[in-house]
Design a protein around this ligand. Sequence first.
Ligand code: S3P
Ligand code: PEP
Length: 441
Amino acid sequence: MSTQETLDTAWDAPHPELPVDGTVIVPASKSLTNRYLLLAALAEGPSRISNALASRDSDLMIGALRALGTGIETRQVADGTLELLITPMDLGADMGRVDIDCGLAGTVMRFVPPLAALARGSFTFDGDPHARLRPMAPVLNALSDLGVPLAEHGEPGLLPATVTGTGSLAGGRITVDASGSSQFISALLLVAARTEHGLEITAAAGRIASPDHIEMTVATLRELGVVITRPDERSWKVEPGNISAFERTMEPDLSNAGPFLAAAMVTGGTVRVPHWPTSTTQVGDQWRTILTRMGASITHHADGTLELTGPAEISGIDYADASELAPTLAAICALATGPSRLTGIAHLRGHETDRLAALVTEINNLGGSATELADGLLIEPAPLHGGEFATYADHRMATAGAIIGLAVPGVKVLDIGTTAKTMPDFPELWTTLAASGKAAH
Ligand SMILES: O=C(O)C1=C[C@@H](OP(=O)(O)O)[C@@H](O)[C@H](O)C1
Ligand SMILES: C=C(OP(=O)(O)O)C(=O)O
């Protein structure tokens, strides 16, 4: 990044004198909102999504589904939440030639091409410059194996690519390499019931990335009446059938609750997150286990509020499969008094940016001691100092920088606006929370 850009976009991370003490209404889940949106497009009647996420990734999903012929009406509710009324797409309608902007949204670039294969028309997918670096091959290869005409316009296995849909897909059996992203399997599962004969998907030998997100997909589909069996632990068999229309209220994004809980961790303060679900498929529910192990006291109150009080000293942790929680967790680990090893996250190199390299570079630039491992990160205690924290167009790098800045004076986060990917109100929510300690004392 040039010096001029740095000057233009540096954000002074709030560094409060007192521990935070606040309540944060965390915006809705990206993963749930975008799954329900796509399933509403394929459902047997109109659906309603309440407390939907309003963010760049959900806007991109709405734009993509509209381009495929889905009717989506947005309504601002009096309490400030967003309601979406969705009329399913007509798979037989010829949509002609359509360009679909995926931005940097994995859920759009991976989930929508199989949907386009079910529609009629010629759909060209492209996105931000970094989207062209994110792996796409497994989902494109699966479509090709299923007989879908494809054209790749850049490097093989990357965007931009055109999917030509004929209004139906026979289905069958496919093997998918899921080591780079769980989204390849989720993408195919989401449309599988609407193929003529159903789909049996097997994960190729090797690691399955972020497996909890596949579980979320399966649970969401089953809840809407889709029949899925497991021929073995690496396979999913989806029967052809209808997807029920639905009315659902989205849960808060528990992964995005992470930075706010981290604020209590790193200042020894208290943060309350209302509406924390008692049962959920979100990976962010793991914060309760992770942060307790790192020294937090956590209470899940009867009214649904999760309350976390941070420890005097943060313990290091060994943790596997943190998935999208890893950047937030790495920021907390950089402030711990013992070493931490985060493993099972090699595929984070294909996220919004190469997150392992980005975290190591930026934590070490502030005086930290982070080392890249083959499948993760080793973070050892070291005194941190202020400085610039680059974010590489990655919303979770931006929130990681903000967390460190809360505990370390003089941290400037570059391009805090990148948080709009899933949480456009982040700077305002964060500044309010950072000031809460002062107000309380
Ligand atoms: O299906 C989803 O909603 C997601 C799956 C995960 O992707 P990967 O499997 O690529 O990690 C996760 O990191 C991403 O933020 C959201
Ligand atoms: C990996 C992430 O996003 P995406 O849905 O774009 O893959 C993320 O939000 O951490």
